[in-house]
Design a protein around this ligand. Structure first.
Ligand code: NAD
Length: 364
C-alpha cells in the first residue's frame, strides 16, 4: 500500500470526549509518523459543546467538514445540563444528524475479551476466554426510523405506534457487508431475527439465505434474538460475525459489552457504501458516553477511542498492518498493567495520558 494522506475530522464533543480523543489522536499521529503517512486533521464542534458555541448540536460547518473528510473521529456527546430537554434539543441529536449526513448504515462493534482482562468480566473465565465477536448492527432503518410513528388519542384509547420497516435494499446492503467481513475473519456469520413472529424478520431471514449462495465460503446460521441473548452469555467464544437489525443490535451489543470487562474498552465503526472515488467514509467512536461523573480528571480509559483509530486504519484506509499494530499494542499495554481505574489494576491506576503514551511506545 502506497503512502497516504489521512483527512480526518476530529469531534472531541463533551465530558471525557476531549480527553480520550486526545490520546487517540496521539496514537494516530504516532502511527502516521512510524509508517510515513501524512495526517491532515481538522477539528469541529458537536453535541453540547456545539450548542454552547452555536445554538445547534450539529452545526452546518461540522456537516461540511464531515462530508469532506475520509473519516470522522468522535469522542462522546452529552452533558447533564441538557438531560431534562426533549430528544430534539439534546446534544445526542447531533450524533444522529451526523450518522444520517454520512449515510453510515452499518455499525460495527468488535467485542474481544483480552486474556489480561478476563477477571474483569462477571462471567466465568472458561466461558469468556477466546471471545472475539464482530457485531454488525443495521443503523439507519427498522423500528427507530419506521413510519408511521407517534402517539394519538386520549383516555383508555390513547395509542402509541412505532413501525419496524425494512426494504430489500436495506437488508441486502448490510447483509453483503456482514458476509464480506465474515469472509475476512473466521468465515462464520450468525444472522439474528425474530422470524417465528415478525414478517419483517421473515424477509430478513429469506434475504440472508439468498445472499449466502453468493458467499459459499461463509457458513451462515440463523438464530432467534431471544435465544441469541442467551447464547452470547453461555458460549460467546463460538460467535464470529453477528448481523442484525437496528433495535436487536442495540440491545445485543450492549449485552455483549459485558464480555469485554469495561465499557471503556469498546470501539465502534459506522460505515456505508464506497464513494464513487473508491473511499470508504466512516465514523469512528467509542461505544461509551461522555461520562460526566469522571470528566476532566484524567481517569477515563482511552482504549475504546484508540481501538476506534485501529478500526479507522483498517476500514477507511485499508491499512491492515498499521491497524493490527495498534490492536497488538493495546493488548500489550493491558498485559503490562498500565491501565486506568475502571480496569482495577493491582497497583496505582494509570492516567488517560499514561495509557496513550504507553500504546504509542508499544506500537514501537
Ligand atoms: P457513559 O457511558 O457516559 O457512562 C457510564 C459509566 O461508565 C459511568 O460510570 C462512567 O464513568 C463509566 N465510563 C464510561 N466511559 C468510560 C471510560 N472511557 N473510562 C472509564 N469509565 C467510563 O453513560 P451514561 O452515564 O449513561 O451517559 C452520560 C452521557 O453520555 C449522557 O448525556 C448520555 O446521553 C451520553 N451518551 C453519549 C453516547 C455517545 O456519545 N455515543 C453514548 C452513550 C451515552
Amino acid at each position: 500500500m502506497g503512502l497516504m494522506t489521512w483527512n480526518v475530522l476530529v469531534l472531541p464533543g463533551d465530558g471525557i470526549g476531549p480527553e480520550v480523543t486526545r490520546e487517540a489522536i496521539r496514537v494516530l499521529e504516532h502511527v502516521a509518523a512510524r509508517w510515513g503517512h501524512q495526517t491532515r486533521l481538522q477539528e469541529a464542534l458537536l453535541g453540547g459543546a456545539a450548542i454552547h458555541a452555536t445554538g445547534s448540536p450539529f452545526p452546518d460547518r461540522t456537516r461540511e467538514l464531515a462530508l469532506e473528510s475520509d473519516a470522522t473521529l468522535l469522542g462522546a456527546v452529552g452533558l447533564p445540563e441538557f438531560d431534562g430537554l426533549p430528544p430534539s434539543e439534546r446534544p445526542e441529536k447531533g450524533l444522529l444528524g451526523l450518522r444520517k449526513a454520512l449515510d453510515v448504515y452499518a455499525n460495527l462493534r468488535p467485542v474481544r475479551c483480552y486474556d489480561s482482562l478476563i477477571e474483569s468480566s462477571p462471567l466465568k473465565n472458561a466461558i469468556v476466554q477466546g471471545t472475539d465477536i464482530l457485531i454488525v448492527r443495521e443503523l439507519t432503518g427498522g423500528l427507530y426510523f419506521g413510519q408511521p410513528r407517534g402517539i394519538e388519542g386520549a383516555g383508555p384509547d390513547e395509542t402509541a405506534v412505532n413501525s419496524m420497516v425494512y426494504t430489500r435494499h436495506e437488508i441486502e446492503r448490510v447483509g453483503r457487508m456482514a458476509f464480506g467481513l465474515a469472509r475476512q475473519r473466521r468465515g462464520r456469520l450468525t444472522s439474528v431475527d425474530k422470524a417465528n413472529v415478525l414478517e419483517n424478520s421473515q424477509l430478513w431471514r429469506g434475504i440472508m439465505t439468498q445472499l449466502s449462495t453468493e458467499y459459499q465460503d461463509v457458513e451462515l446460521d440463523h438464530m432467534l434474538v431471544d435465544n441469541c441473548a442467551m447464547q452470547l452469555l453461555l458460549r460467546p467464544a463460538d460467535f464470529d460475525v453477528v448481523v442484525t437489525e437496528n433495535l436487536f443490535g442495540d440491545i445485543l451489543s450492549d449485552e455483549a459489552s459485558v464480555l469485554a470487562g469495561s465499557i471503556g474498552m469498546l470501539p465502534s465503526a459506522s460505515i456505508g457504501d464506497r464513494l464513487p472515488s473508491g473511499a470508504l467514509r466512516g465514523l469512528y467512536e467509542p461505544v461509551h458516553g461522555s461520562a460526566p461523573d469522571i470528566a476532566g480528571r484524567g481517569l477515563a480509559n482511552p482504549l475504546a477511542a484508540i481501538g476506534s483509530v485501529a478500526a479507522m486504519l483498517k476500514y477507511t484506509f485499508g491499512l491492515s498492518e498499521e491497524s493490527a499494530a495498534v490492536e497488538r499494542a493495546i493488548g500489550e499495554v493491558l498485559a503490562s498493567g498500565t491501565v486506568t481505574a475502571d480496569l482495577k489494576p493491582a497497583g496505582e491506576p494509570a492516567s488517560t495520558r499514561d495509557v496513550g503514551l504507553a500504546v504509542c511506545s508499544a506500537v514501537g
